[in-house]
Ligand binder design. Structure first.
Ligand SMILES: O=c1ccn([C@@H]2O[C@H](COP(=O)(O)OP(=O)(O)O[C@H]3O[C@H](CO)[C@@H](O)[C@H](O)[C@H]3O)[C@@H](O)[C@H]2O)c(=O)[nH]1
Length: 484
């Protein structure tokens, strides 16, 4: 009888796919040496056409990188017909249910557990139909998880709260969240968030990319049943920070020059002297936004490494394009600042950059992977949230963790939020140690670095959570049973 397998159902977006694969690898390593060690089966759903070939090539490169790890097997599901009427990723993922069911039922190994990305929550039905224990992998913050769990109980009053001038939303374990810091409902509208929150309670547990040391308040409030109607608390396994190295091929294929050039430039800069700016896998800037940033950086006088990507081709949705710097930057900027900084017009080796001693601060869109990578290396941040749950993350970084300086963003959304030049100049100076706020953020980030590393050590909280979830999977799995 083959050893039991854990089935992973990741979602294609880079910030989800790579994080979940890395988490799966950790589950696998944690089970090694036990009497019933697992294998890992990853069912790969191709991105919809609108998500672009960039998501496909990134997905493929991650699969190739992970395929070299013993015990991981990939099954690529055939693409379904493209549908233009589906606005939400979860609706699209739901269409894969029959294929996912067939693939799981056809596995030779007994299935110990199915783990779905939170966008793939509709696929919990498949696990239930097959009577297989189900778990969710949550790639974002504990705060966002608390909010999702809370939403079914406050959905009715939420609409009026969101309209109130100066309104706040109560997320247990956090200070009152101003309406402006609520996740932007553009893609992930609150109906879906509430749906996830309800359905998470059907699982055996939520495997979360966070750590008790990072978000003690919200994790305690979830565990205490304060976020859920009826006080029924789900089991959360905070196994983070899970950092996911990007395959070299993804970095090189997406950059106009070798990624190593960034690192070589950093090698020549003094310690903690460079401010790094990067906006995730989907962030981009238009000429108005870039002009303000350029002026702010130049006036700050600080060294910078700025990853600048241009708007998506065509309709404006989809992935950013490699920037044509001439179209985005003010005349003469590159020439005037060539001794001060570098503008990188494509995909950059972010994890290596944040690990570099020359980097002293990070202006970030607050994607949770970016935040964790920054904290892991003790780099303080200035938050410029763009979409999804990023405004909530930004609030948490400043108001709860104290690891970021405030940055005043005018407007919301990818195309319409602007940080004016004078504000960027002020925030960069502060971030780089020019204010009490900046120095405090740096000190807090240094402490978070130590806490993150302690959590991940053998005997640390994340390590214990990994062992606990593997133990739960062993207990829930009845040896010798395969799905019907
Ligand atoms: O030039 C780049 C740009 C990004 N990255 C990497 O890409 C990942 C980006 O992930 P993240 O920071 O989480 O941003 P998004 O790609 O925007 O992630 C999505 O998924 C996250 C996890 O759920 C959410 O927090 C975000 O809001 C959502 O947009 C990180 O590992 C970065 O290191 C690079 O290596 N080079």
């Amino acid at each position: 009888m083959p050893s039991p397998t854990i089935v992973l159902l990741p979602m294609w977006a880079t910030g989800h796919f790579s994080s979940m694969l890395e988490a799966g690898k950790r589950l696998l390593f944690c089970s090694a040496g036990r009497t019933a060690a697992y294998s890992l089966t990853v069912l790969v759903t191709p991105p919809p056409m609108a998500a672009s070939s960039e998501a496909s090539s990134s997905q493929q490169a991650h699969c190739e990188m992970m395929a070299t790890v013993d015990g991981i097997v990939f099954h690529h599901l055939p693409a379904i017909e493209h549908r233009t009427d589906l606005a939400h990723p979860s609706e699209y993922i739901r269409l894969y249910a029959p294929q996912v069911k067939e693939a799981i039922a056809g596995l030779a190994a007994p299935v110990a557990a199915v783990v779905v990305d939170f966008f793939g929550t509709p696929l919990l039905d498949v696990a239930h139909d097959l009577a297989v224990p189900a778990y969710v992998y949550f790639a974002s913050t504990g705060a966002m998880l608390a909010l999702m769990l809370r939403l079914p109980g406050i959905q009715e009053e939420l609409a009026s709260r969101l309209r109130e001038e100066g309104g706040v939303v109560d997320v247990p374990g956090m200070p009152p969240v101003p309406v402006a810091s609520m996740p932007s409902p553009d893609v992930n509208d609150y109906t879906w968030f509430a749906y996830y929150g309800r359905r998470f309670l059907e699982t055996r547990g939520i495997i979360a990319n966070t750590a008790a040391e990072l978000e003690p308040g919200v994790l305690a409030s979830i565990a205490g049943g304060r976020c859920t109607p009826g006080g029924r608390a789900p089991t959360v396994y905070p196994i983070g920070p899970v950092l996911s190295p990007k395959p070299r091929v993804v970095v090189d294929a997406r950059s106009s020059s070798s990624a190593q050039e960034c690192i070589r430039w950093l090698d020549a800069q003094p310690p903690a002297s460079v401010v790094f700016l990067c906006f995730g896998s989907m962030g981009w800037m238009n000429a108005e936004q870039a002009r303000e940033v350029a002026a702010g950086l130049e006036r700050s006088g600080h060294r910078f490494l700025w990853v600048l990507r241009g708007p998506p081709a065509g309709s404006g949705s989809g992935h950013p394009t490699d920037a044509n710097l001439g179209d985005l930057l003010p005349d003469g900027f590159l020439e005037r600042t060539k001794a001060q900084g570098v503008v990188w017009p494509g995909w950059a080796p972010q994890l290596e950059i944040l690990a570099h001693a020359a980097v002293g601060g990070f202006v970030t869109h607050c994607g949770w992977n970016s935040v964790l990578e920054s904290l892991w290396h003790g780099v303080p941040m200035a938050p410029w949230p763009l979409y999804a749950e990023q405004p909530l993350n930004a609030f948490e970084l400043v108001a709860c963790m104290g690891v970021a300086v405030d940055l005043r963003v005018v407007g919301t959304g990818r195309a319409s939020s602007v940080v004016e030049a004078a504000e960027l100049e002020r925030a960069v100076r502060s971030l780089m140690g020019g204010s009490e706020e900046g120095r405090k953020a740096k000190e807090k980030a240094r402490k978070m670095k130590a806490a993150c590393r302690k959590a991940a050590e053998k005997g640390g909280s994340a390590y214990a959570a990994l062992q606990a979830v593997v133990q739960d999977m062993l207990e829930s799995h009845v040896p010798g049973t395969a799905p019907k």
